[in-house]
Design a protein around this ligand. Sequence first.
Ligand code: SF4
Ligand SMILES: [Zn+2]
Ligand SMILES: [Zn+2]
Length: 321
Amino acid sequence: MDCNRCDDEAVMHAAYSGAHLCEDHFRESVEKRVRRRVRRDDLVPQDATPDDPETWVIGLSGGKDSVVLTQILHDTFAEDPRIELVGLTIHEGIEGYRDKSVDACVELTDDLEIRHELVSYAEEFGVRMDDVVEDDPENMAACAYCGVFRRDILERYADEYGADLLLTGHNLDDEAQTALMNFLEGDVAQIAKHFDASLGPLSEREDQDDFIPRAKPLRDVPEKEVALYAHLNDLPAHITECPHASEAYRGEIQQLLYDLEENHPGTRHSILSGYEELAQMAATEFNGDNEDGADLQECEQCGSMTTRNVCRKCSLLETLV
Ligand code: SF4
Ligand SMILES: [Zn+2]
Ligand SMILES: [Zn+2]
């Protein structure tokens, strides 16, 4: 089958759009979607200047998503002195998993000549995920611990590097899953928060003084296309799955979405675009309405912002040592 835009052979077919694209036109289409998202989400502020550049910290795991995001942002902004990129990699202490993906991060950031920082749970918290999983004092899934620690590091270090934005490589499948999970949980306040924390255009979000805004510019690109892009560009992405991956509910939703997408191409796109519209309405409705009284204060132990006296990370660490 030929490419829809030239006479070359197509390397992919997207059932949701009907497009057949050759290698070059496929690459171009992925890059276009990411750049369009950067524009629509207003990620580059009007007042950014070469003298006062914006610092964008990318959560760089070494998996295909964050590697592709880093590569495309680099290609887009390498010549733009208003944006400085920093790759932040977190080593959770998972045998046989993270070491290789750290190598991928080092290779990529060396190639692109962007600043790279590596932080580990062992150095930060004195714990490794392999040991946490073994102890499991709270009887929780591995990812429940890991997510708390990761969020803490991302936020603290992004702050230390003077980040204006914290970017992650969530793709369309990830975000459609999260949207559907939030729908099914019926937690509208959570949906409103999602808009202000990472989904809405920066200029339309409620001010989040205590948090660095997040952005997910890869969220229009399906997971398979991210993988194909990484492969065609020969990017140093590391593919193995974490041995502790344990989000059972997300797995169910993922399967449901695969089946729906198969029979009704375009389902992921429509879930996400509808969700974003609703999230915006919910955010407008909830703005300034802090009725759950969840005022933020500094954690007594580490000083990070939390709704309790001691933050979740510090209380988890107490049970671990
Ligand atoms: S899959 Fe879970 S345990 Fe593994 S790195 Fe991701 S969050 Fe951590
Ligand atoms: Zn073509
Ligand atoms: Zn704390």
